[in-house]
Structure formats: C-alpha cells, structure tokens
Write a protein that binds this ligand. Structure first.
Ligand SMILES: [Zn+2]
Length: 271
C-alpha cells in the first residue's frame, strides 16, 4: 500500500515535568581528572558552570529504555558507544514495538519517521536542595566520598577506593520528558502515539524499582519521582495555551490515574 501523500506534522506535545529524589547515594560518572581541586578517581558528572552535579537526560533516557527492553523481552542487537541496545530491524516489527516507537531508532533507518518521539532533558539540582547541601559539612561541594572495597579475585587482596556520590536526600528538578504526537503521513497514528505514553509511565516505574547511575548492586541510585505534572500543547492552540492535564504527588498516583490521563489527552487533541 502506498502511503498517503501527506507530510508528517505535529498534532501536539505532551510535557511531563517532575522532581527526582535520590533515596540512596547517586553516582553518575563524570570524567576523572577534569576538575583540579582534590580530584577523585570516580567523580560524578558536574555542570562546568555551576560545579553542581546533574543528571544527563541521555543517562535517564538510556536507563529507562534498557529497563523497558528487558521488560518486553527485546533482544539487544545494536551497538552504540560501548553498549548494546535493541533496535527493530524492519517496519513490521517496529509497528508493534513499544520501545522503539517511544524511544526512537537511528535516523538512518528508513522504515520509519519520525525517528523519535521522546526527548529527555538534563536535570539540574533543585535550587532549594542545592542550598540545603551547601549548608552541610560534605566532603566535596554537593557530594560525599564513600569508600568501596572490591576484592581482587586472583590475590584476594582488598582494594579500597573512594567513590564520589550525591548524598541520599538530594532532589533534582524540575526534569522534563517531552513527548511529541505526530499525524499526517499515513504511517503514524496519533491515537496510538498518545496511548504509548503508558510505556513511558511504565518505564518510570521500572526505574524506581531498579537504580540510576553506577554501583546499583551496592545500593546506590534508588530514585523516586515526585511532583509530577502532565501538560499538553495541542496543535491548534500550540503557542497560546498550555493545558494542564494532571498534577500528582508521585508515580503510584500517576499509574492509578493513567487511563483517565490518556483519555483526557486524546480528548484535548480531538482523537
Ligand atoms: Zn523495537
């Protein structure tokens, strides 16, 4: 079947803003030796302008994607940097895939456009949380150093090393997921797009059940979504009004109201 002679356009954008609380120490690695004063071997990534730790959107997006791949049994088959992710290999497979439709495929794969629907922003430390941390006697600005001992498997020698981490209780935010609903080229279904928001919500839940950043097996990186707000800009009123769809305190509430929220977005978009 020939696709309709139409071009892809934006039906609307959904914005999910939130705060992310570290319930245990959080280590998202930066480059060692980059920062001069008291350089540590295992530093956290910091914003070079403010020197505050932040959460790269790519780390958050990659982690949630990988958790969803496992959840849906999608075999990793695509090498990217030094990891392997799942990418659908043809249009038929893609049409059914919750992961690729939401999280995207490499732009060069011509069986699909758009290549991605979801943008994940970098998340800075919440201002109030940063100020609270400035008043604490921490080892380094906004972080603590924890000694982790690994055992050399050959010599059985203990090998202690300091790991830098953002302390438990730190709050990052606001963070933002931007999800675009497309229409128009005969290949996309805006209704399905909206329904696939449920996949993002599931991914957020999987992240709470897993960990963000490194050293998860040592208890690091347990995070919690808070102050979640879902809003929408429908095409016809894109630049004039932002429709607030829901404001919920946590993910449990979001998941409980998931169907209602998705129906409301569909109605606002006229789907
Ligand atoms: Zn896929």
């Amino acid at each position: 079947m020939m696709p309709a002679e139409k071009t892809l356009s934006v039906r609307g954008r959904v914005f999910v803003s939130f705060k992310l609380r570290a319930l245990t120490g959080l280590h998202i690695g930066g480059t060692a030796g980059g920062i001069a004063i008291g350089g540590v071997d295992n530093p956290v990534i910091r914003d070079p302008l403010t020197n505050r730790p932040y959460i790269p959107g790519s780390s958050l997006k990659g982690k949630i994607r990988s958790l969803l791949e496992k959840q849906y049994g999608k075999e990793p088959n695509w090498k990217i940097h030094n990891t392997c992710i799942h990418i659908c290999q043809n249009g038929l497979e893609y049409k059914q895939c919750p992961v690729c439709n939401v999280f995207g495929v490499p732009a060069e794969l011509d069986y699909t456009h758009p290549s991605t629907r979801l943008i994940v922003r970098d998340i800075n430390l919440d201002e109030k949380s940063a100020e609270n941390m400035e008043a604490l006697p921490l080892d380094r600005p906004y972080t603590e150093l924890k000694t982790e001992v690994s055992i050399d498997r050959i010599t059985s020698a203990a090998n202690p090393r300091p790991v830098e981490r953002v302390p438990a209780g730190a709050v990052f935010g606001p963070g933002e997921f931007v999800y675009t609903v497309y229409e128009g080229d005969g290949l996309v279904d805006p209704k399905e797009d909206v329904e696939r928001l449920a996949v993002l919500f599931e991914g957020m839940a999987l992240l709470e059940h897993d960990y963000l950043g490194g050293m998860g097996s040592r208890g690091y990186g347990k995070v919690k979504f808070e102050e979640i707000k879902i809003s929408l800009r429908p095409k016809e009123r894109y630049f004039t009004s932002e429709v607030v769809v829901a404001e919920v305190p946590d993910l449990a509430t979001l998941l409980a109201r998931k169907d209602e929220i998705i129906e409301k977005i569909k109605a606002e978009l006229g789907l």
